[in-house]
Design a protein around this ligand. Structure first.
Ligand code: PLP
Length: 380
């Protein structure tokens, strides 16, 4: 990325040599991303991140489909990231009808629920590939098959399928053909790339109306001067993340199991949220009874351990996680839940540090909570 922030600072739209150089870097990056996803370069649009990709896909496809007279109903799930949930709510404001599919106790959406939700007015289904809070994987390939066979039985009526695949790179192979999706969203910083960069895959001939209007960049699908350094970083990071996925997942999955086992052995009254089989290998969501997760986040941070309570993106709000609520986790359990995210560079020694620090921190916070609840603490 460095040269594109310095001596190679040309604007890809410029006809001068540094501009052409930047355009060549963009073309190369598009080719790399397309190869990693099993797509064509013309199907790759660079964006400012997962949120923009998801909003563009959902609003852009739904709007174009309705304009074409295909209908005004969309299907999504109750466990999407807020980027998806809030985009769906925006569509409701714009007059669309939205079905929010429930999930089971382990955080999985049922294919037959989706099949039942399909109607002649349905134009879009948006289902995430891997959940960011509990790591559950959703059955995208089966969902695509159900939609296609439903479409055949209904005179070829098209229902577009979008997936928020933000959590998947590096842990799962992503092939847009195998998944059977028309659109797919990625966020670069989730796979080692820069923050504020993302990818939208839009299958050729997918009805789409851009969200951003202006110049003709990104094949008329996303106006605005391109973030060349971010795009170059995105492509390199995705290329690296797409290699040795099995080995990385196996190694990190073992560390996750070690962490989970260690916590269950050393800390009483804990519950693991979500299933531990059909899920990402790097995510562990645990509820600690009798404390509030924000206090535990702060206590662990004092030891240099960075964990998340609920969805990181909603840390400024007080609401319990909508994902845990949708899974039927009782609210008292949900408020004490922590998400541990392991990475490629996490070591067994890191896990040992967590296992040393966590039990006394939990015990201390539980004692404080009990004292406060008993009302024995005098106001200052
Ligand atoms: N979707 C999922 C599943 C995520 O985990 C996130 C970020 O945490 C997003 C979307 C939003 O991505 P970004 O913050 O890059 O806009």
């Amino acid at each position: 990325m460095q040269p594109f922030l310095g001596e190679r600072f040309g604007n890809p739209s410029g006809l001068y040599s540094t501009g052409r150089e930047a355009q060549a870097a963009l073309d190369a990056a598009r080719g790399t991303v397309a190869r990693c996803l099993g797509a064509r370069p013309a199907e790759i649009i660079f964006t400012s991140g997962g949120t923009e990709s998801i909003n563009s896909a959902m609003l852009g496809i739904a709007y174009a489909m309705r304009r074409a007279g295909c209908g005004d109903h969309i299907i999504t799930t109750s466990i999407e990231h807020h980027a998806g949930i809030h985009a769906a709510q925006m569509l409701e404001e714009l007059g669309f009808e939205v079905t929010y599919l429930p999930c089971d106790h382990s955080g999985h959406v049922k294919v037959d629920e989706l099949a039942r939700a399909l109607r002649p007015e349905t134009v879009l289904a948006s289902v995430m590939l891997a959940n960011n809070e509990v790591g559950s994987l959703q059955p995208l390939t089966q969902i695509s098959e159900v939609i296609q066979s439903w479409a055949k039985r209904h005179g070829g009526h098209r229902v577009m399928l979008h997936t928020d695949a933000v959590q998947a790179p590096g842990w799962l192979p992503i092939d847009v053909g195998a998944l059977g999706v028309d659109a797919l969203s990625l966020s670069s910083h989730k796979f080692g790339g820069p923050k504020g960069s993302g990818v939208l895959y839009l299958r050729r001939a997918t009805p789409y109306r851009p969200l951003l209007h202006g110049g003709g960049q990104e094949m008329q699908k996303r106006a605005g001067t391109e973030n060349v350094a971010g795009i170059v970083g995105t492509a390199t990071a995705l290329d690296l993340a797409s290699r040795e996925i099995d080995a990385r997942s196996a190694r990190v999955g073992q560390l996750r199991a070690y962490l989970r086992q260690g916590i269950l052995e050393r800390v009483p009254d804990v519950l693991v949220n979500g299933c531990q089989v059909n899920c990402l290998p790097n995510n562990l969501n645990i509820s600690f009874r009798g404390l509030e997760s924000e206090a535990l986040v702060a206590a662990l941070d004092n030891h240099g351990i960075a964990v998340s309570s609920g969805s990181a993106c909603s840390n400024s709000t007080w609401e319990p996680s909508h994902v845990l609520m949708a899974m039927g986790v009782p609210i008292r359990q949900a408020v004490g839940s922590i998400r541990f995210s392991l990475g490629e560079t996490t070591t067994a020694a890191d896990i040992d540090t967590v296992l040393d620090v966590l039990p006394p921190a939990v015990a201390r916070l539980r004692t404080s909570a009990t004292i406060a609840a008993a009302g024995t603490v005098e106001p200052a």
